[in-house]
Design a binder for this molecule. Structure first.
Ligand SMILES: *Cc1c(COP(=O)(O)O)cnc(C)c1O
Length: 426
């Protein structure tokens, strides 16, 4: 067959875009070459419905090996009793977990999307808000910190079956013990969705949810730096049975219920090529090199937040504990939408984001979110941050000046030449 140069030329264009720009989207990262190679490998051809050792297809002995490796390595990273590595994405992981433990109509409680939460935690436009009865907590207006008192009063008022913690645009650590306490009081399960900070939690740089939360889900492509995908985890399976019985009256472990909720509950065949790539990424996370990386991410974020504060930018909560920060641009008289566009002209990629108590719509927004996981993978350390903050500030303060933006773009492209991305790809 003739090579599809049309598509491969476009893929090449994307490589060049990634090389030239400063990537500050907090949910993005650059995988290693070997993670990409596994994702693009022959395991893409294999059907393997079921789990290692108990599949519905022949010829699964080899993919069983990589899936088992992925599970074992993930267990080692976080000290788990149970892991499911099949969810196709973070949203799929949450869908399966909810299917496993909830009935349609059950009350759930999560951080409001406009306060930094995620779509799958009960948003009206998502299955989670349509199938279940969502209630929300927010952040304290003055501090930008999770309003634990509101979480507690909402839990007592609505008696949710599931309380979500974890967020997409929240820069501070989370008090999992406090959330578990009220969940025990009202008889709720706690799900920590660590899609964003998982890589930092893996290295002990943030509080661990595993001792306090019944269930933990994550993506694998944000700070974990693996292929696009999701996982479901439990530190302890046994304590979570809570008397659940199967049709024969035997106690059922949550691990069985969750496995069933992933397949056949919400998915068909697992993406064994992606699972192989997850195994590779988890192997990388177990190395000391990744410890150095995770610490650098945290340090870069703190230096960046301080540099923005020094330039008069308002960071929600005043700073960051993890890899990201959310900036309220209202005192700079530019909307999130416009800021995203302007930075795009300078080859700086970020996303507009609602800030807590935003007066603008989700389409416009007053905020912008920056994360440093991707630039840290490119090799940036504290000393490189001032250039980036300066470039961002110059672009935003000259939002309608084409000449300044074109100049900034040139400087950004030049700056990025020192951090070669995938040199093996030519
Ligand atoms: C990114 C994210 C997800 C969803 O991940 P996808 O892979 O995009 O489906 C879920 N929860 C949180 C908190 C996230 O930030």
């Amino acid at each position: 067959m003739q090579r599809d140069t049309l598509v491969f030329d476009i893929i090449r264009e994307e490589l060049i875009r990634q090389r030239r720009g400063i990537e500050l989207i907090a949910s993005e990262n650059f995988t290693s070459l070997q993670v990409m190679q596994a994702t693009g490998g022959v395991m893409a051809n294999k059907y393997a419905e079921g789990y290692p050792g108990r599949r519905y297809y022949g010829g699964c002995e080899i993919v069983d090996k990589t899936e088992t490796l992925a599970i074992d390595r993930l267990k080692e990273i976080f000290g788990l009793e149970y892991a499911n590595v099949q969810p196709h994405s973070g949203a799929q992981a949450n869908a399966a977990l909810m299917l496993a433990i909830l009935q349609p109509g059950d009350a759930i409680l999560g951080l409001d999307l406009s306060m930094g939460g995620h779509l799958t935690h009960g948003s009206a436009v998502n299955f989670s808000g349509k199938i279940y009865s969502p209630h929300f907590y927010g952040v304290v207006k003055e501090t930008g910190l999770i309003d634990y008192e509101m979480l507690e009063s909402q839990a007592r008022a609505h008696k949710p079956k599931l309380i979500f913690c974890g967020a997409s645009a929240y820069s501070r650590d989370i008090d999992y013990a406090r959330i578990r306490k009220v969940s025990d009081e009202v008889g709720a399960f706690v799900l920590a969705d660590i899609a964003h900070p998982a890589g930092l939690i893996a290295k002990g740089l943030l509080s661990s949810p595993f001792n306090h939360c019944h269930f933990v889900t994550s993506t694998t492509h944000k700070t974990l730096r693996g292929p696009r995908g999701g996982v479901i985890m439990m530190a302890k399976d046994g304590e979570n049975t809570l008397g659940l019985k199967d049709m024969k009256g035997n106690l059922r472990l949550w691990s069985n219920v969750i496995d069933m909720a992933v397949f056949p509950g919400t998915q068909g065949g697992p993406l064994e090529h992606v699972i192989a790539a997850k195994a590779v990424a988890f192997g990388e996370i177990l190395t000391d090199e990744f410890t150095v990386y995770a610490k650098q991410v945290q340090s870069n974020a703190q230096v960046m937040a301080a540099a923005f504060v020094a330039k008069g930018y308002e960071i929600i909560s005043g700073g960051t504990d993890n890899h990201l920060m959310l900036i309220d641009l209202r005192n700079k008289n530019i909307s999130g939408k416009k800021a995203e566009q302007v930075l795009g002209h300078a080859d700086i990629t970020a996303n507009k984001n609602m800030v807590p108590y935003d007066d603008k719509s989700a389409f416009v927004t007053s905020g912008i979110r920056f994360g440093v996981a991707a630039i840290t993978t490119r090799g940036m350390t504290e000393g490189h941050i001032p250039f980036i903050v300066e470039a961002i500030d110059t672009a935003l303060m000259n939002a309608d000046n084409e000449t300044v933006l074109a100049n900034t773009k040139k400087e950004v492209n030049k700056f990025m030449e020192q951090f070669v991305l995938y040199p093996e790809l030519g």
